[in-house]
Design a protein around this ligand. Structure first.
Ligand code: FAD
Length: 373
């Protein structure tokens, strides 16, 4: 089946699964787990995984458009999808063929996964990670405390980053391993149903073959590898937020009348509609460019991804605020699509490299031709 047909089927399937329930999930702070597993079993939570491992094997561009579609329906579900995709990507990049064979089919058949880097003292500065992974014969022992791990509440598998020997590594830990404790973050501001949790690891013992990377791998290299996927996925998710806002605003501004004419006939409101459209188009173009770099494997892939993430997050936060302004009281209820977008989009400016961290990376990229290190 061509990707476009497969994409249409997948888009219709996920739209039917979500229906009009995203607002309710946001209020409840939970997505029904059977639904996540049903979607996971189609492989669509990590659509880049190759068909030999049960995934659809989509390009970054096709997967990105699908991520935007899911993001337009429910940012919490898109967040779970980002975590699943980031886990798969990390295993593909850092794992051996045997590890890919062991784990990727699980991620495309209904098991759920999450990735933990952040710690209380290691947010933007991941060089401060204190989690340790040490070898004891054929066993690895992991100790640490991860915070704000998206989807950890639902996860069967956790990929955890830590210090290992002189360098760093990641480990795959089944969430039911003795010594693992997962506690949900109470009342997150946005993406409320994404299952954010803190994860405590106390003397967690796992077989040595669950180590990814290792042998003196540098921590920045490990983290950058995993974050690259998170960034492109979040960027496309922001496009989805903008599309949902634009649809809500266009419909409301034409249907609602004030001063005897549709809202959209007031030029100041029309300007807001234009701003939202510009935001959606700008973010879409930045994401398309980055995804083409992924698909072509160009050296610009890293900077294009950071750029797409920054542009999309900033546009989504601004666009969602505009959408709330145009909807006014009609959108000012918890659970309404623009109210959700407003809270969800703000968080996109913090995660996978905050605006400031992205700006520092982009400045470095812009200065590189001048010989700056
Ligand atoms: P800090 O690092 O304390 O930064 C605070 C502020 O200072 C920010 O504005 C930052 O940009 C700015 N700042 C910091 N250093 C600099 C600098 N050098 N120059 C300029 N400005 C600077 N982590 C995971 O491991 N896995 C996940 O799945 C995950 N999901 C998340 C989901 C949500 C909704 C949230 C809120 C967080 C999630 N995180 C996750 C954690 C996330 O990665 C961190 O919150 C993020 O890296 C920022 O770290 P911090 O919150 O500690 O902020």
């Amino acid at each position: 089946m061509p990707v476009s047909d497969e994409f249409a089927d997948a888009a219709a399937f996920v739209a039917a699964l979500v229906g009009d329930r995203a607002g309710g999930w946001d209020l409840d702070g939970l997505i029904p787990e059977p639904l996540l597993r049903e979607l996971g079993a189609t492989g669509q939570l990590c659509a880049g995984v190759a068909t030999e491992y049960g995934g659809p094997g989509w390009s970054s561009l096709a997967g990105g458009e699908f991520t935007a579609h899911v993001g337009s329906l429910c940012s919490s579900l898109r967040s779970v999808m980002t975590s699943q995709g980031m886990t798969a990507w990390t295993i593909e990049r850092l794992g051996t063929t045997a590890q890919c064979r062991a784990y990727l089919p699980r991620l495309t058949s209904g098991e759920l996964a999450a990735v933990g880097f952040s710690e209380l003292e290691a947010g933007s500065d991941l060089s401060a990670i204190r989690t340790t992974i040490r070898s004891e014969g054929d066993t690895l022992v992991v100790d640490g405390h991860k915070v704000w791990v998206t989807a950890a509440h639902y996860a069967d598998l956790l990929v955890v980053f830590g210090r290992y020997g002189e360098g760093a590594a990641a480990v795959v830990i089944p969430a039911d391993t003795p010594g693992v404790r997962v506690r949900r973050v109470a009342d997150p501001m946005g993406c409320r149903a994404a299952g954010h949790a803190e994860v405590t690891l106390q003397g967690v013992r796992i077989p040595a073959d669950q180590l990814l990377g290792g042998d003196g791998t540098s921590l920045p290299l490990l983290v950058t590898t995993a974050l690259a996927y998170g960034r492109i996925s979040v960027a496309w998710g922001c496009v989805g937020i903008l599309r949902a806002c634009l649809a809500a605003v266009a419909s409301h501004a034409t249907a609602r009348h004030q001063f005897g004419v549709p809202l959209a006939s007031h030029q100041l409101v029309a300007r807001h509609v234009a701003e939202l459209y510009i935001a959606e188009q700008t973010a879409t173009r930045a994401c398309e460019h980055a995804s083409r770099c992924w698909d072509d494997g160009t050296p610009d892939m890293v900077s294009a991804t950071v750029l797409a993430k920054h542009v999309s997050a900033v546009q989504a936060a601004r666009g969602a605020a505009i959408a709330v302004q145009v909807m006014a009281s009609a959108g000012a209820r918890d659970g309404h699509v623009v109210a959700r977008a407003y809270r969800d989009a703000k968080l996109m400016e913090i995660i996978e490299g905050s605006n400031e961290m992205c700006e520092l990376m982009l400045a470095q990229h812009a200065l590189a031709p001048m010989g700056a290190s």
